[in-house]
Write a protein that binds this ligand. Sequence first.
Ligand SMILES: [Zn+2]
Length: 223
Amino acid sequence: MLVRPTGGVAPMMVRQLSMQEYVRLSAEVHDLARAGRHQEALAGCRTLIEGDDSPAARATAYCTRGVILWQDLHSADEAIADFSRAMELDRKSIHPLLWRAKCYEQSGHHDAAAADWREITQRDVGEELWFEACDALRRLGQLSLEEEELAKRRAEEVAAREDRKLKQLEAERARQTAEFEKRRSVQATRRSLGHCYLCGERLSIFQKLLRKDSHRRCWGYRE
Ligand SMILES: [Zn+2]
């Protein structure tokens, strides 16, 4: 065990959770929070934070704790601190940033919220989240004219793309229907001629006597 020369302060115990324990405890924390057992859920988060060295895993645990603190315990300041820690540990993850933006906004920190929402618009996020961030900036009176224009243009692009997709889908459906109708009419003609409706060959007298309208082999049977 490493003993750090930290004066009288005991070195922090780092419990290493196995992957299995980590996954199990994460699920348990969510269940506890859902069941309203918030203090136990928070204790679970602490174990997750202390029990893993990986910055990304600790960031997830901080983010989870932040959500519980904010949504269930209405402790916005503590939640913001956790989201900020999660962001420091994992710069790439969008979740703590998104939660912090919402938390800042709802707790009245409008400038800080606008800064986070603006960062979201600058990240490589999906269309939906990008629009959500633009809406938030608009709500906060912080969407510039250029951004407003850009949002309008992107909304039009999305609408045009959806429209194209819909038209392609309709064309495909029409093509399938036409193909089906054509096949049905070919088969009706073959039947009326006394031919196998599947391959179009003339059926034998024997098959006609049995009132068959197709070859057994055309159904995959041996004749
Ligand atoms: Zn046939």
